[in-house]
Structure formats: structure tokens, C-alpha cells
Design a protein around this ligand. Structure first.
Ligand code: NDP
Ligand code: 2IT
Length: 446
């Protein structure tokens, strides 16, 4: 890095103890040099200096009462990173590991991802260190209501529109939406991922996992390949993993493994997805109970081991940094030749360097998992029109958007990185161009 090294140095100095944020910024900045060489006016206007500093960061106390009558206190976050091309948009994550570094890395990546969708949405992210595991429905509701009591002061259908992420699904969005409505007395599209009877969009639940497979389908076809007959390993067993498994299977693949934060299951017959949905979506149990009813399947404690399973295609769909350099080496040594990221930043920068060096087909998160937020933007559009599209209409739009993202990332990669297959550079650059143009046009306070 030459031109942007001072920007990166200042990110490190100004944001100590934020390793995930540093990692996400480094990954983007190292691909943007060729763009800035062509646009000295963007350097003069401090576009990248501004881009790495959130427009607004909100941190707040979330007090709530547990089932024993005790007061609990969590920390809430909303980072409104960039509104150059639309209202802030991005999920809420409830997980004990959540801190400012994690929310900022997610919010930063969301800027580029949302730009890639071609829809008018800026970048933001939020969440809490609240752990939903083992909590009763009443405790979840109490937490969500307290969280929204503060968050409602900062969001709005034209300002900032949160959605789900890890630990936040339909149940939580319901409680959050109910509280927003109670406080503001308005029925607007302030959250996405809503229930189908009250403003939600068909296909939003499936969108991230389906979108990932649509993106991969484009990438595979560009190399004369497809999902048909391939062995696929998917990490995670949450929203993204389940619907990636469903679509990959529909496209002819055999998915042989899924995981959670305790361990992974391997089923040589192919994952029985109806059983997984029952375990995870209905009963909210651990993935290991799958082997109680599937005699050929095995369960192994620990989640990294999933990357030792031999496969053609790997789809990491759990969490950040789940594939380090060592896991990446094992995957590739065992013959894996394509990786598509459903999770956000699931590969370390060292793992990504290895994928690029070995020239495997690699679909980075910002492009490959953009189908979820793209469909959220379609939900916003339907809410504004007070109208809903059919599943088939939304799914067709999602498919077209994922193809557009693949095409624009490929084209930017060819033009700026001299390698159409370097989708890391392509996705970052294609996402950046639109935001940079908007920021430049909108000026800076003088
Ligand atoms: P869910 O909460 O539905 O599922 C998360 C899954 O990942 C669970 O199986 C969970 O296991 C596992 N997991 C979570 N944290 C860890 C960890 N620290 N180590 C190992 N496994 C872990 O979340 P989603 O499926 O919605 O999200 C998965 C990923 O996809 C995240 O990176 C998210 O940011 C990303 N994403 C989500 C989108 C969406 O629309 N939902 C859109 C784009 C990206 P356990 O049950 O044990 O916690
Ligand atoms: O990481 C993501 O893109 C999401 N969690 C989805 C965000 C959204 O607003 O739908």
C-alpha cells in the first residue's frame, strides 16, 4: 500500500483495540490504490479519510429484568457509517462477543455491499452483547423492548433501517417492531425481516442463502462448472446456512456438513434439511441432536474441524474469521476448488491471500452475501408502495441482482486489477466507485 498507507496508519492510531475493524479496512484499502491513481480529485477531497470514520456512533445502556426478577445490563450499539447513497441500512447482531470493533467492521463492509446491490441504501450496523441462548421468550421480549426504547430515537424509515443478523431473526424483529410502533405511533418500514402479515417481504428469510448460491452459480458457470453433483460443506446452521443448504441442494449439490459454535455434523447421505429446520427453527436445539435420528451421520465437537472434510465447494456461513490460514490450507489440500462467503469476513486476510495465490474460485462476502440486504431493500420498496410482490417476483429480482453484482465485480476486477477473477478487488472497487462519486458530488462542510 502506498497512497493509502497514511489513511490506514491513522485508522490504527485512532482506533486502538479494534482488530476486526482494522482487518476489514486493510482488506478494502489495499485494493483501492489503482482507483485513486485514476482519481486524484478524490484524494484531495479526502474521500477515503472520510469513508473510514463513521458518520455517527451510538452506544447505550440496555437495562432489563430477567425471569428471576434481577436487573441485567447489556450494552447496545448502532454505528451509522455512511449515508451517501441512501438511509443507513444493516443488521443487528445479538451475541456475547459483540463490541465496537465487531460492529464497526460489519458497518464498514456494509457500505460497499449495499452499494453493490444497485439499490439506494447506505451502510450501518448495530447490536448488543446480549446472549439470547437459554433465554425465555419473555426475557427476549424484555430485552428487545428496552433496546428499542433507546434505538427508536436514532432510526426511521428514511433515516436508518435495521434488520437481523446473528441472534436476531423473525421473533426478535417482531418484538423490536412492536416496541417501535408503541413509542412512535406509526406503521412504517423502519425494520426489515418483518413477518409476512405485517409488512415483511416474501423470500427475505431465504434471501441471503439463496443469493449466495445464485452468486456462486454465476461464478461457477464463468469457469464452465456448476453445483450439479458437487460435494459441499457449509458451516453454521442458522438463517444463512439453512437456506444456502436448501438452494445448493436444489441446484444439484450434495451438502454433507453443517455446524454450530459447539461442533459439526457430517452426513455422507446428504443433509436432511427438513430435520435441521425442525431442530434449529422450531425447537431451537443444538445441531448435535441431528445424529440421534440419522444413523449414518456423525457429530464432532469443535467447529474448526469442519474444514478438514473433503469437498469441492465450501460455503462458510457462521461468523468472522472462522477460516484461518491453517484451515484454508487443509481445505485446499483436500481438493476444495471454490469458496463462497455467506458469513461476513469468515476468512482471515491470510486465508484470502492463499485463495488468490492458488487461483481458486473465490466469492467474497460483500458480493456473495448481498442478497439478504438487497431483499431488505426490496422490502423497503414494497413498504413505501404499500404493496407486496409474490415470492416468484422477489426471487426473480434477487437472482437478477446477484447476476448484476457478479458482472460488475468481474468488470471492475478486469479494469482495475487486470484480473477478472479477482473478485476481492472487483467487489471492493465496484462498491466504492458509486459511494465515492456520491460523496464527491455532495461536498464537504467548508
Ligand atoms: P444465525 O444467528 O441465524 O446463525 C448463526 C450461526 O452461526 C449459528 O449456527 C451459530 O451457532 C453460528 N455461530 C455464531 N457465532 C459463532 C461463533 N463465534 N463460532 C462458531 N459458530 C458461530 O445468524 P445468520 O445465519 O443470520 O448469520 C450468519 C452469518 O451470516 C453472520 O456472519 C452474519 O453476519 C452473516 N450474514 C447474515 C445475513 C442475514 O440476512 N441474516 C446477511 C448477510 C450476512 P450457535 O447457534 O452455536 O451460536
Ligand atoms: O450482513 C448483512 O448484510 C445483514 N445482516 C442483512 C442486513 C439487512 O439490512 O438486511
Amino acid at each position: 500500500m502506498k497512497l493509502l498507507q497514511p489513511v490506514y496508519d491513522s485508522v490504527l492510531a485512532r482506533n486502538p483495540n479494534q482488530p476486526e475493524f482494522h482487518q476489514a479496512v486493510y482488506e478494502v484499502l489495499q485494493t483501492l490504490e489503482p482507483v485513486l491513481e485514476k482519481h486524484p480529485e478524490w484524494i484531495k477531497a479526502g474521500i477515503v479519510d472520510r469513508l473510514v470514520e463513521p458518520e455517527r456512533q451510538i452506544m447505550f445502556r440496555v437495562p432489563w429484568i430477567d425471569d428471576q426478577g434481577n436487573v441485567q445490563v447489556n450494552r447496545g450499539f448502532r454505528v451509522q457509517f455512511n449515508s451517501a447513497i441512501g438511509p443507513y441500512k444493516g443488521g443487528l447482531r445479538f451475541h456475547p462477543s459483540v463490541n465496537l470493533s465487531i460492529i464497526k467492521f460489519l458497518g464498514f463492509e456494509q457500505i460497499f455491499k449495499n452499494s453493490l446491490t444497485t439499490l439506494p441504501i447506505g451502510g450501518g450496523k448495530g447490536g448488543s452483547d446480549f446472549d439470547p441462548k437459554g433465554k425465555s421468550d419473555r426475557e427476549i421480549m424484555a430485552f428487545c423492548q428496552s433496546f428499542m426504547t433507546e434505538l427508536s430515537k436514532h432510526i426511521g424509515a428514511d433515516t436508518d433501517v435495521p434488520a437481523g443478523d446473528i441472534g436476531v431473526g423473525g421473533r426478535e424483529i417482531g418484538f423490536l417492531y412492536g416496541q417501535y410502533k408503541r413509542l412512535r405511533n406509526e406503521f412504517t418500514g423502519v425494520l426489515t425481516g418483518k413477518g409476512l402479515g405485517w409488512g415483511g417481504s416474501l423470500a427475505r428469510t431465504e434471501a441471503t442463502g439463496y443469493g449466495l448460491c445464485y452468486f456462486m452459480d454465476n461464478a461457477l458457470k464463468a469457469h464452465g462448472k456448476s453445483f450439479e453433483g458437487k460435494t459441499v460443506v457449509i458451516s453454521g446452521s442458522g438463517n444463512v446456512a439453512i437456506y444456502a443448504c436448501e438452494k445448493a441442494t436444489q441446484l444439484g449439490a450434495k451438502v454433507v456438513a453443517l455446524s454450530d459454535s459447539n461442533g459439526y455434523i457430517y452426513d455422507p447421505n446428504g443433509i436432511d434439511l427438513a430435520a435441521v429446520k425442525e431442530i434449529k427453527e422450531v425447537k431451537r436445539q443444538r445441531i448435535k441432536v441431528y445424529v440421534d435420528t440419522h444413523k449414518d451421520a456423525t457429530y464432532t465437537e469443535g467447529c474448526r474441524g469442519i474444514w478438514t472434510i473433503k469437498c469441492d465447494i465450501a460455503l462458510p456461513c457462521a461468523t468472522q474469521n472462522e477460516i484461518n490460514e491453517e484451515s484454508a490450507k487443509i481445505l485446499l489440500d483436500n481438493g476444495c476448488w471454490a469458496i463462497g462467503e455467506g458469513a461476513n469476513m469468515p476468512s482471515t486476510n491470510e486465508a484470502i491471500a492463499l485463495y488468490l495465490q492458488k487461483k481458486i474460485i473465490f466469492a467474497p462476502a460483500k458480493a456473495a452475501n448481498a442478497g439478504g440486504v438487497a431483499t431488505s431493500a426490496l422490502e423497503m420498496c414494497q413498504n413505501s408502495m404499500r404493496y407486496s410482490w409474490t415470492f416468484e417476483e422477489v426471487d426473480a429480482k434477487l437472482k437478477a441482482i446477484m447476476k448484476d453484482i457478479f458482472d460488475s465485480a468481474t468488470q471492475a476486477a478486469a479494469e482495475y486489477a487486470g484480473d477478472k477473477d479477482n473478485l476481492v478487488a472487483g467487489a471492493n472497487i465496484a462498491g466504492f466507485l458509486k459511494v465515492a462519486k456520491a460523496m464527491y458530488a455532495q461536498g464537504v462542510a467548508y
